[in-house]
Design a protein. Structure first.
Length: 234
C-alpha cells in the first residue's frame, strides 16, 4: 500500500482512533481502491494517520473478523480475495431482512405508506443525479443509503449495522459489476419498481422486484470472475 496513492484522511478528535482507521480502510477495500491482494503496511498506516501502532493493529483485527484482510504474523497483512461463500450468505441475510421490511411497508395504511415511498423516491432521484454526473463512487454510496432507508423505516436500524458487517464481499462484487454498461441504469429501474410496489400497497410486486434486484450481481459473478480471476476465491 502506497500512502501517496490514497487521500490522507482527516482525523476526528471526537472519535477513538481505531474506528477511524477501520472505517477508512473498509470503505477503500469495499470500493476496490484497495483491491484483493493489496499488501497493507502497518507502518504506512501509522504515518498516514499519525496514530500509534495499537489503533492500527485493532482496526486490522476488525477487518480480519469480517474476512476482508488476511493477517500473516511477522510477515504481512493482505486484502482478502472475494469469498463467494461469504457473499452468498450476505445476500441471503440481506434478502431475508429486506423482504420482511418491504412486506411491512407495503402493508402499512396508505397515509403511512406514501410518505415512506416519497422518501425512497427522493433517494432514487439522488442516485439518478449522481449517475448523470458520472460519479459512480457517490452512486455506490447512495445505493447503500437507499437500502438503509428500509431498515430505518421499519424501526430496525441495528439490523442494518448487522447486515453491513457481513456485506463486504457481496458489496465488492456489486462494485465490480457497477461499471458494466447498463448496470447503474438497471439499479435505478429496479429501485423504482420496488418503490412503486410499496406505494401501491402491492406486496407481491414489491417483493418480487426486490428479490430480482438483490440477485443480479451474484448471478453475474461468472462474467466478473472471467474479467478479474485473481479477485475471487470459491
Amino acid at each position: 500500500m502506497n500512502v501517496t496513492a490514497i487521500p490522507r484522511p482527516s482525523r476526528d478528535p471526537h472519535r477513538h482512533a481505531a474506528p477511524q482507521v477501520f472505517d477508512y480502510l473498509r470503505e477503500r477495500i469495499v470500493n476496490l481502491q484497495l483491491p484483493p491482494g493489496t499488501v497493507i503496511s502497518r507502518a504506512e498506516l501509522q504515518e498516514l494517520f499519525g496514530f500509534s501502532s495499537t489503533p492500527v493493529r485493532d482496526a486490522l483485527l476488525r477487518l480480519q473478523e469480517e474476512s476482508l484482510v488476511e493477517i500473516f504474523p511477522q510477515h504481512a497483512t493482505v486484502v482478502s480475495p472475494i469469498d463467494l461463500r461469504l457473499a452468498r450468505q450476505a445476500q441471503f441475510l440481506r434478502r431475508s431482512i429486506e423482504q420482511e421490511a418491504v412486506r411491512t411497508l407495503a402493508l402499512l395504511p396508505d397515509t403511512e405508506r406514501r410518505p415512506v415511498a416519497e422518501r425512497l423516491e427522493t433517494a432514487i432521484d439522488i442516485q439518478a443525479a449522481l449517475l448523470g454526473r458520472g460519479d459512480l463512487e457517490a452512486f455506490h454510496v447512495a445505493d447503500r443509503d437507499f437500502h438503509r432507508l428500509f431498515f430505518e423505516a421499519v424501526g430496525v436500524p441495528d439490523l442494518w449495522v448487522l447486515a453491513r458487517r457481513h456485506a463486504g464481499h457481496i458489496d465488492r462484487i456489486r462494485r465490480l459489476h457497477l461499471p458494466i454498461p447498463g448496470k447503474a441504469e438497471q439499479v435505478i429501474a429496479d429501485h423504482r419498481a420496488i418503490v412503486a410496489g410499496i406505494a401501491a400497497g402491492d406486496l407481491g410486486a414489491a417483493q418480487a422486484a426486490l428479490r430480482t434486484h438483490l440477485s443480479k450481481s451474484l448471478a453475474f459473478t461468472p462474467d466478473l470472475r472471467a474479467r478479474w480471476p485473481a479477485y475471487f476465491r470459491d
